[in-house]
Design a protein around this ligand. Sequence first.
Ligand code: PHB
Length: 397
Amino acid sequence: MGVLSTVFHTLRPGTAVVLLALSGCAGSSLTQSGGESTAGPVKIGLLVPLSGVYAPLGEDMRNGFQFYLDQHSGKLGGRTVEVVAADEGEGPQTGVPAAQKLVTQDQATAVVGVVNSATALGLRDFFHESKKLLLIANAGANDITGASKSDYVWRTSFSNGKVAAALGPEVAKEADGGVYLIAADYAAGKEMIAGFRKTFEAAGGKVAGEKYTPFGKTQDFQPFLSAIRGSGAKAVYSFYAGAEAVNFVKQYRQFGLADKTPLYATGFLTEGGVLDAQGEAAVGVKTSLHYSTELDTPRNKEFVAAYRKAYNEAPTVYAVQAYDAAAVLDKALANAPTGSGDELVKALGSVGPVDSPRGQWSFDANHDPQQTYYLREVKSSGGAVVNAVAGPLSGAP
Ligand code: PHB
């Protein structure tokens, strides 16, 4: 079997480079069908942030995708994979040209990745029109698997509205008064608030205030924390991820809000390296998410142990979403003899249930995962902080 050697380079936004080289693999013979190669190597574009506020999320996704390849001899659908990475940066200005280059210049068979909802929305028409597969492994923009659904765009992660809506009834039940809503000011932040608000208010919850903070630019949250205190809110619901999540949670504790005003969020607020950086400041934060390292199943335990061994850190939801993207591509490529977009998307339609570390999930009719959302609470455990799983959220859509 082949030995994988991976070389990662520091990339400027918009650049792409072949990241993964395979040596010693018994290459299958190249056959022709309809003018395209079948059993030869397949090139997959990996579009994740390698720079900017979401760079750590991109690294987790890169690791998750690579981890699946390493566990499967560097092959998907029986074909040796060459991964070409490009930098999504902080949004569509960098992400869209980088994706276009992966398809037109690098000739990638499919593109996997995308962290930011605004990038995903900016990419939709290009993939729809060029009839190439875009497999989104994070960005949750609702329209991608809703009003703007395309045959060529699929998602292994979540939609913003659903992961947020899952938490609404729980907070309505627990909060002792009005709840303040606060999020990063861009597509995902808006949808994470709207999705939560819908099920929260339907369950009798009252909103005490709503604020959107400049995305990627806010480091000092003090003025916003003062407004929260001034509103008299009894709890807070929020959406932040990456570097913004670290600052928000630490400052929420330093400002003295954490003990009196419970903090709720979608799970991105306390995920992975972000939680490590927050440390004890995050204890007590409750979130909704479709994954936790603490999920007590044999499949997850085995995955967490193997991933830790490979990367010397715990996996994250971002790694799992990318790992699952590789898993579904593995099945789809096996049933796509020429690797055309049309064959691939047809094959994705019949991949069936995915046996994921998050639990079993399947694509729904809109190409979004049908999955369980869990209520998690940050707890201190043996000198580390973890997202303990309280159970499945019954209000999950
Ligand atoms: C998004 O922009 O859709 C997004 C980004 C980071 C997250 C979750 C969602 O952690």
